[in-house]
Design a protein around this ligand. Sequence first.
Ligand code: FPP
Length: 239
Amino acid sequence: MPEDLAGLPTHVAIIMDGNGRWAQQRGRPRLFGHHAGARRVREILKSCPDLGVKYLTLFAFSTENWKRTQAEVAGLMGLFRKYLEREADELFRSGVCVRFIGDRIRLDPKLVTLMDDLELRTAGNNLVHLTVALNYGGRDEVTRAAKRLAFEIEQGRLTHKDVDAETLAKFLDTRVLPDPDLVIRTSGEARISNFLLWQSAYAEYEFIDTLWPDFTAEEFARVLSEFAKRDRRFGAIRA
Ligand code: FPP
């Protein structure tokens, strides 16, 4: 690793908050803010290789977001579809490996097909691993994992003695990903909102006042260099 990347996080997860307020400040509908947010996704993703970020995980739609108005939910789902259709070639060509986490059961089958196709098509890429959380909730993910684990026990393939943190983690949506080093939330809210609850046990958090559509690659780089100055001990004492 080049010296200037030392101490920078390998896996960054982001709660992209503030699209609605950003639009409101401009007297525009909330969806206008989500579209602006999608443009930032492209910019932040592009900056990852130079910053040494190998894994970028984005919270795009939570299990709680269904409570929004039907118009906003439909608008967001349409935006995800359009984004995947429009960006698929570029993501593939630029070496991004795309994955989705969350429960697909409630998503539009056409959107799920796009997600499956993109995962399959980019599976061999390794420059940056982009994970998009869609209909994702940390408690929901752990519950689904526990259910699958219980099924394996019921079928006699595992016993209760096999149940430990390592085994449970193999049933999570994130089973192939390393844990995040840093979780960023934009827009001044200091909550984790059910995002990567299990995986963030030792993550650092950064709560940034900037609304997501204003969060530039420069600011991203600044946040990462702040992270590099922190002393992570994972529960141990300083060596
Ligand atoms: C939270 O802001 C944002 C969302 C629920 C949607 C996030 C989606 C995008 C950034 C669009 C594109 C994403 C991808 C991966 C293509 P909010 O609406 O809660 O804002 P508010 O708190 O100001 O109301």
